[in-house]
Design a protein around this ligand. Structure first.
Ligand code: ATP
Length: 324
């Protein structure tokens, strides 16, 4: 293998740039020609591909977002679109890919390999941490710390006005950001899609809590089965029936996707980036490089896509235990 390319796809995540940097420099270290594909699969189809050098990735390790930009490509989901992408790679002689993204990105890469034999190694780039085959995903730690910073600030105003705040955090169908920011932020409740949320229990506990505490923080994962933080706040408010009580909702939104990556994310991204290139060279393809128990390991795309990563049981226990 002499020529490979790297791209970022799906939702952007802080640390993607550190990953690109590691891929580019590891490839150069091993004597490979390295290309960058702009805007994920969309740019692959359009041939928006450029040669990269060591200096192409200077001064990016500390930046959020992705210098290669990201996109969601409907065309790549079609046989015809993937055919166009293959022809673009073939015309440049690109023989292998590093895909930085989430499970959708890996689903596309797996299909592409089965149809056209282009080997890919993935790096887990998403703030949601919802990928099987790695303890943490690139961007998760930064997103949690951003959420935590916001929760700390909201707590100040909640305490000053004796308010109950419902704070909605990202995570799509997973509750990892909610759980870790909730534990770290001292939330009274954390509502996640992985466990059944019980409005009656929240109402009962809030009534009891108010004897000892005047303000409360309730963290809601955006994918909770009961709905958004706004919906859940309304359900609680309607049951508590206390006009003197002040309920507020804050949806943190996309601030969780931006910003400087934390040290943890930069190191994870760099390790995965290096492992992806070395995996390609070693023939470890159609898989994702992740870190499990401190060790870099390759997990087949099939498992990354098909298996669900559970929230640690002691994290779930902590949520309940610490709210007493
Ligand atoms: P995130 O978790 O941050 O959203 P993701 O990689 O899961 O990241 P998606 O938008 O689901 O984000 O997928 C990224 C891209 O991968 C899609 O825009 C599409 O081009 C490609 N892709 C997703 N699913 C498939 C599929 N079934 N077949 C072919 N390509 C796919």
């Amino acid at each position: 293998m002499k020529k490979i390319a790297v791209f970022t796809s799906g939702g952007d995540a802080p640390g993607m740039n550190a990953c690109i940097r590691a891929v580019v420099r590891t490839a150069i270290y091993h004597g490979l020609d390295i290309y960058g594909i702009n805007r994920g699969y969309e740019g692959m189809i359009e041939g928006d591909i450029k040669r990269m050098q060591s200096h192409s990735v200077s001064n990016i390790v500390q930046r959020g977002g992705t210098i290669l930009k990201s996109a969601r490509s409907m065309e790549f989901k079609t046989l015809e679109g993937r055919g166009k992408a293959y022809n673009q790679l073939k015309s440049l002689g690109i023989e292998g890919l590093v895909a930085i993204g989430g499970d959708g990105t890996f689903t596309g890469a797996k299909l592409f390999f089965e149809e056209y034999g282009i080997p890919t190694v993935g790096c887990p780039g998403t703030i949601d941490n919802d990928i099987y085959g790695t303890d943490y995903t690139i961007g998760f730690d930064t997103a949690v710390n951003t959420a935590l910073d916001a929760i700390d600030k909201i707590r100040d105003t909640a305490a000053a006005h004796d308010r109950v705040f419902f704070i909605e955090v990202m995570g799509r169908d997973a509750g990892f950001i909610a759980v870790e920011s909730g534990i770290g932020g001292g939330a009274e409740f954390v509502l996640v899609p992985e466990t059944k949320s019980d409005i009656d229990l929240i109402v009962k506990s809030l009534k009891n809590l108010r004897k000892s505490k005047s303000s409360s923080i309730i963290v809601v994962a955006e994918g909770d089965e009961l709905g958004s933080a706004q919906t859940i706040m309304q359900l609680v408010k309607d049951r508590i029936k206390d006009p003197s009580k002040d309920f507020k909702v804050t949806t943190l939104g996309h601030i969780q996707r931006g910003g400087k990556p934390t040290a943890r994310d930069r190191v994870l991204a760099s390790r995965c980036g290096m492992a992806a290139v070395e995996g390609l060279l070693a023939g470890n393809t159609n898989c994702m490089a992740g870190v499990i128990n401190g060790e870099v390991l390759y997990t087949p795309f099939q498992d990354c896509i098909g298996k669900t990563k559970p929230i640690l049981s002691d994290h779930l226990k902590l949520i309940h235990l610490l709210s007493i």
